[in-house]
Design a protein around this ligand. Structure first.
Ligand SMILES: *[C@@H]1O[C@H](CO)[C@@H](O)[C@H](O)[C@H]1NC(C)=O
Ligand SMILES: *[C@@H]1O[C@H](CO)[C@@H](O)[C@H](O)[C@H]1NC(C)=O
Length: 365
């Protein structure tokens, strides 16, 4: 049941940034976000979805102290990137507040529980599958055109930063959801990984065709080390899950390869891949890297995070907030890495390099 009600996500990010003039106002670069619970700012609040984070103690460290639908005790990765851009956080696309001038900030289309495949996350009932997120993006562009005109709308989108996170749920909430799953009978693991990567490539191409020109794509991170996986299928000596570790070790290099290929085909570094090895990188930054701050059962990795759960006192000591998701402090460290790390973490360049590069280009235009 635990993995049933969970919505992971690790990292494939897409970034597009801009520093353009919109209607004579020096607007910050717009920001668009796609994918799963790692980056959902609250779209699922508006759906009949089982994958939701709109009850306490979610949001306990958010500026308002209230739950917002973010799968974090506080800020999530998109919030922290918005800060780097000098922008307010992106609103969920389904929020009634996303209209008028707010559209110029960008939008967040992400929905907890989704994966690359359409059959991933069916158990959450209502989610916005990735193709629907792209359909909403098309709809968004039309709304934007009405406000600022076609030409400026296209420019805003071309100059935007885009972040996309998906893939982990295709393993956790599909292939490995139950033993002997439909997908695991259809494909062995290497075949499934190849299938995911080829489907993901189509999604990224569509994003490009819709005007995205700087897209940060996150890898899955060490999926097998999340508290839920430690609770359900830990390896020897309370180590990470061997099968999910194997899945990540097959998927992430293939993702990297696909991104390199795609950029070559497009003749430009549109896509930037983040290799999200959270545990390895942040081991020394936390007192507790295995157990979730909020949850129950072994490693606090079973079931949902609610007010009835164990909740840790010092949230900044924990790598994981709940059974699947990083704590705010972990999100801060991840975004710091995205900004400044070397090509081993983010390839072919880090976000501060991208921002510097693109602001030069955009100032010339
Ligand atoms: C998922 O659904 C979309 C649209 O509904 C479709 O275009 C796409 O081919 C589907 N993907 C797979 C792998 O079947
Ligand atoms: C990443 O960013 C930092 C600081 O912003 C910069 O000094 C560094 O050279 C960059 N690294 C790479 C590999 O581009």
């Amino acid at each position: 049941m635990a993995s049933f009600l969970v919505f992971t996500s690790y990292i494939v990010v897409i970034f597009c940034v801009s520093n353009g003039y919109i209607n004579g106002v020096d607007a910050a670069r717009a920001f668009f976000v796609f994918g799963d619970s790692l980056v959902d700012n609250g779209n699922n609040n508006y759906l009949a979805s089982l994958a939701r984070a709109d009850s306490p103690p979610y949001g306990i460290d958010y500026p308002t102290g209230e739950p917002t639908g973010r799968f974090s005790n506080g800020l999530n990765i998109p919030d922290l990137i918005s800060k780097e851009l000098g922008s307010e956080p992106t609103l969920p696309y389904l929020s009634p507040d996303l209209r008028g001038k707010k559209l110029l900030v960008g939008a967040n289309f992400a929905s907890a529980g989704v994966g690359i495949l359409n059959d991933t996350g069916f158990q959450f009932i209502e989610i916005i599958r990735i193709y629907n997120q792209l359909d909403f993006f098309e709809e968004y562009k039309k709304k934007l055109s009405v406000i600022i005109g076609d030409e400026k709308a296209i420019r805003l989108v071309n100059r935007a930063l885009v972040l996309i996170s998906c893939g982990a749920n295709d393993f956790v909430n599909n292939y490995y959801l139950v033993s002997n799953s439909l997908r695991s009978r259809q494909y062995d693991l290497p075949e499934f990984v190849n299938y995911l990567i080829s489907e993901y490539k189509k999604i990224l191409r569509r994003l490009y065709n819709l005007g995205a020109r700087r897209v940060v794509v996150t890898g899955t991170g060490p999926m097998g080390c999340a508290p839920s996986e430690l609770a359900l299928r830990r390896g020897p000596n309370d180590g990470c899950s061997t099968e999910l570790g194997l899945a990540a070790s097959l998927y992430n290099p293939k993702l990297f390869q696909m991104i390199v290929e795609l950029n070559r085909e497009l003749g430009s570094d549109v896509f930037v891949v983040v290799t999200m090895d959270v545990n390895g990188v942040f081991e020394n930054e936390f007192v507790e890297t295995k157990k979730a701050c909020c949850g129950q059962g072994p490693f606090n990795g079973i079931g949902l995070c609610t007010l009835a759960s164990n909740i840790c006192q010092r949230r900044e000591d924990y790598l994981f907030w709940d059974a699947f998701h990083p704590s705010e402090k972990a999100n801060k460290l991840i975004v710091e890495k995205i900004m400044t790390a070397s090509t081993e973490f983010i390839y072919p360049m880090n976000l501060s390099t991208i921002l510097a590069l693109d602001s030069k280009i955009n100032n010339v235009v």
